[in-house]
Design a protein around this ligand. Structure first.
Ligand code: CUP
Length: 147
């Protein structure tokens, strides 16, 4: 089965509740990799213990997972989705490329626990994201953002 489909097979529980899963992803990202919390100024001041109930965190987590869902469902035909995302992350949010690798690992863990993504599925997610991240990186270079 193609990598996209291996991940999409477990996407149902995620898209049934983007807010809850999105909060879990960002809360875990900020706990496991505290430096990532500083990337988004509106999240920098949230105390670790307040993250689970933070509506802004849930909302942004939902945005991230919805984007990932769109990318997965496009099965590689995602130029029109990814380009503006890469551009805004280079020029507006200034998110260094490694953060996409970190969030990929966290999404894999959350999906393992909440959506039954097994080891092969996590590997499929890594491989899908490696391709996406390489495209973001190429775009960053074009834009002159070191990333
Ligand atoms: O939109 C947004 O916000 C993003 C999303 C995405 C992109 C690309 C791919 C997939 C998804 N984000 Cu936000 C991202 C990120 C964050 O938040 C954090 C960290 C890392 C990354």
């Amino acid at each position: 089965m193609a990598d996209y489909d291996m991940v999409l097979k477990h996407w149902g529980p995620v898209e049934a509740d983007y807010n809850t899963h999105g909060n879990l992803v960002l809360t875990r990202l900020f706990h496991e990799y505290p430096e990532t919390q500083k990337l988004f100024p509106k999240f920098a001041g949230i105390a670790k213990g307040d993250m689970a109930g933070n509506a802004a965190l849930s909302a942004h987590g939902a945005t991230v997972l919805k984007k990932l869902g769109e990318l997965l469902k496009a099965r590689g035909n995602h130029g029109a989705i990814l380009k503006p995302l890469a551009n805004s992350h280079a020029t507006k949010h200034k998110i260094p490329i490694n953060n996409f690798r970190l969030i990929t690992e966290v999404i894999g863990k959350v999906m393992a626990e909440k959506a039954g993504l097994d080891a092969a599925g996590q590997q499929a997610l890594r491989s899908v994201m490696a391709g996406i991240i390489a495209e973001i990186e190429a775009d960053y270079k074009e834009l002159g953002f070191a990333g």
